[in-house]
Design a protein around this ligand. Structure first.
Ligand SMILES: *Cc1c(COP(=O)(O)O)cnc(C)c1O
Length: 456
């Protein structure tokens, strides 16, 4: 029987729904770019399930609009200022992601020679790259100088001397900014706090003036700025204002000593919502910083920021398939095909990521520990999660755009997941799933005669 919608004489019986009413789901941290439509999870204008079917799992799915809008929020908050947003690429260093930020007008904050090569490969302007990190090698310094890097954020007196020597060997002057440790408590996880005095990062506040005086005497160096980065996943303005005040105190001391500082780099670290955190909006946070800067008479300075997580964290999810349900007397486990090698944050920091079904089912939720296939008890993605699900379902791990793929490993000889970038109703595979031969490409078969028979 063919229904003729709209004709008055078709009195069709009420259809029995083939699927239950859409299950009401709370907004994801990545909303509005990740959202519910017709009872399932969408990214921009595409159903996530369609991407999972096309590319397999585990699969990272990113929203290009979320990344672009996050960069824009920084740029708009800094409108009218001489400023540069340097994306801290360690958060997510996939080439296409870097290209997106380069096109959005961002510079880059790098922490290794490998990141330098990646940024260049993505078309970054070397002048808009700042090089952070406590352990730069001479080779990394040399390469960065050869390509004309914008600034080295120097983290120790010993590094100053080495950089001076490397620059003089090359017959140039290295642009430097000292990363000072303002000794403020960012009130974040100890592993991601970097601005306290007992921490390996930066030059202690009380040694900073002497370090600048030394830098100013070294012929291979050109002092251009000052830098601080107090930690990560910071969810209030107060630690930033404390750090800014401490840094401005130094700026005034250093300039009183006759050393001009052109720019002020306030680092990254702004937090995102994983669960119920309420970090300040970029606009409000920046307004508070700029107001303090102006009030202290430093509003004319060039400003650099190094955001990572706040540009990409909630622009991505990781889609994983439920392989097995394993109900037990004490704990019930959902064993999924993404593990700590794909998404190391829970294992590493006990981090919380929201986990939702891609196609929610009606029913009574049960409590599950969502765990990966890796042979480690630490291989978990979420604990005590109320879910209605069964083997074969797809789950989405939210807030997976930052420090997930970039921290992924090959542990258990698991290839890295695929990545897809979505813009509107279009998608592009930006990283193909690794196959086993990718994993041993640099290895060599045993050639030494080391085998001795254990048999008589
Ligand atoms: C990691 C890092 C950042 C970025 O931190 P987020 O918390 O991701 O914003 C910025 N600057 C430096 C020096 C870093 O090491």
């Amino acid at each position: 029987m063919t229904a003729r919608p709209g004709s008055a004489d078709t009195a069709l019986p009420t259809m029995t729904p083939t699927s239950p009413d859409p299950v009401a789901m709370p907004a994801l941290p990545g909303a509005p770019y990740f959202h519910w439509r017709d009872g399932e999870l969408w990214v921009e204008e595409l159903p996530v399930a369609e991407l999972a079917r096309a590319h397999g799992t585990p699969l990272f799915v990113y929203s290009a609009s979320a990344m672009r809008d996050a960069a824009r929020a920084y740029q708009q908050a800094l409108a009218g200022r001489d400023a540069l947003v340097c994306y801290a690429m360690k958060a997510n260093s996939t080439l296409a992601v870097l290209e997106l930020f380069a096109r959005a007008g961002c510079g880059f904050d790098i922490v290794s020679g490998g990141e330098l090569e990646r940024a260049l490969r993505a078309g970054a302007d070397p002048q808009r790259i700042v090089f952070s990190g406590v352990g730069k090698t001479r080779a990394e310094m040399r390469r960065a100088l050869q390509v004309g890097i914008g600034c080295f954020n120097v983290e120790s007196l010993a590094e100053l001397d080495v950089l001076d020597a490397v620059a003089r060997e090359l017959g140039c002057r290295a642009p430097v900014s000292l990363r000072v440790n303002p000794d403020v408590d960012a009130q974040t996880h100890p592993y991601i706090s970097t601005g306290l005095r007992d921490n390996k990062f930066g030059i202690p506040h009380e040694q900073a003036l002497a370090a600048y005086q030394r830098a100013a005497t070294l012929p291979g160096l050109q002092v251009v700025g000052i830098d601080c980065h107090i930690g990560s996943q910071i969810t209030s303005v107060a630690p930033y204002l404390d750090a800014l005040d401490r840094v401005l105190d130094l700026v005034e001391q250093v300039e009183a000593a006759g050393i001009a500082l052109h720019h002020l780099d306030l680092g990254g670290g702004l937090g995102i919502t994983y669960r119920d955190e309420t970090p300040p909006a970029v606009q409000a946070w920046m307004a508070a910083l700029l107001q303090r800067l102006d009030a202290r008479g430093h509003g004319h300075r060039r400003l650099l920021f190094e955001p990572g997580r706040s540009l990409v964290g909630n622009a991505g999810i990781c889609v994983t398939e439920v392989l097995y349900t394993k109900p037990g007397p004490a704990k019930s486990f959902l064993i999924v095909d993404a593990g700590m090698n794909d998404l190391p944050r829970p294992a590493m920091y006990e981090a919380y990521h929201a986990i939702v079904p891609v196609r929610p089912r009606a029913g009574t939720p049960e409590l599950w520990d969502v765990v990966g296939p890796v042979c480690e008890s630490g291989d978990w993605l979420g604990r005590d999660r109320a879910l209605v699900t069964q083997a074969g379902d797809w789950l989405a791990v939210a807030s997976a755009g930052a420090y997930c793929m970039s921290m992924a490993s090959h542990y258990n000889t698991r290839g890295k997941a695929a990545e897809v970038l979505v813009s509107g109703a279009r998608s592009q595979l930006i990283r193909a799933r690794e196959v086993p031969s990718d994993l041993w490409r640099q290895e060599r078969a045993l050639a030494l005669d080391v085998v001795t028979s254990t048999r008589a």
